[in-house]
Design a protein around this ligand. Sequence first.
Ligand code: GLU
Length: 423
Amino acid sequence: MKKKTLVSSFSENPLIEFQSVLKEAMDILNYSVEAYELLKEPIRFLTVKIPVLMDNGKTEIFTGYRAQHNDATGPTKGGIRFHPDVTPDEVKALSGWMSLKCGINSLPYGGAKGGIVCDPRKMSLRELELLSRGYVRAISQIVGPTKDIPAPDVYTNSQIMAWMLDEYDHIREFDSPNFITGKPLTLGGSYGRETATSKGVFYTLQLISELKDIPIKDMRVIIQGFGNVGSYLAKYLYDIGAKVVGISDVLGGIYDENGLDIPYLLDRRDSFGVVSNLFDSSISNQELIEKECDVLVPAAIGGQITTRNADRLKCKIVVEAANGPTTRDAAKLLKERDIMVVPDILANSGGVIVSYFEWCQNNQGYYWTEELVDERLKEKMTTSFSTILQTSKTYGVDMKVAAYMEGIRRLVEASNYRGWIKN
Ligand code: GLU
């Protein structure tokens, strides 16, 4: 019988995590209590019920959420996740992190996030289409190209974005490719959007290789998660000659200190990124995280590195490709052990950066080459990385707090100009 080591969701409350680092960053910047009160939770939060006629003839009522964190700097922006463990607090925290990602990269957006409590692995395509369309009908009043622009996230992809776009176009009775990003190319998607998050993480690893003087070809990397982000990242690293010594999926992980055969794994992965069932010698996700490597990249889901395992990690650097994989207390333990943590809101912001490029192209009606998208993505990631590194040195804080500080500046300034707060 195969070990079942399903990746669990956040072990701590992510909203409390978000609020505690936000407070720390805002205190350093001497921001007012009102500013913190405004930003500690979304300005808008909607809960919806979505009835779906299932293939077995019964109607199931799904619960969905949309959180809009702050729209002082522009319309809100953020993905929609389909996952059984989605909670209101998780969606709220994720919307706050989206605000910070947009702030760090000077994108003219505030953050948003959506989620539906469901298990897409157990649903047919027909059921998923009805659920996607039902969700758009339920939230249609608060979203739109200049209000709130959705995108893919955990277990959602370009097909789901296409159904959502089609539903929105029917409701509005005109074509609005700028309503949603992460679309298929033929519906106004952008070159490089599907690979954007992993490319951004890859550029981050290149920057770290220079900073820490570890040639990328000698880098030994473990990637937790083999979905959209983890699988493309593994490919880029393999192609450049780095050693991917471990990967995992929702069922378990595989580790080989000589490096894994990534093309073979990519060829065999199923649509949910599962490969570990091909091997008898698979280990659990938790065991994989604790294996030796230079860089550990949690690229699955939140709450994976906690006080329960932080003292057993054998990596030199953690690059957070998932949202919220390291708890704050765990990050403190890692800092004491001199393990650098490159925060999620910086490392995985490639996705929203290219979503912004996609939205610009939709607004212009003029489409860019893949080379141009990549070049501009790299430029933004490099600038943001060095700004945050500099802030962390100037203020003597870790990169997470520095990233929050950089992410929050524009939101506070814009809220100030609008007369919402006096800072
Ligand atoms: N879901 C991705 C994220 O968490 C992308 C969001 C977007 O493209 O709007 O950053």
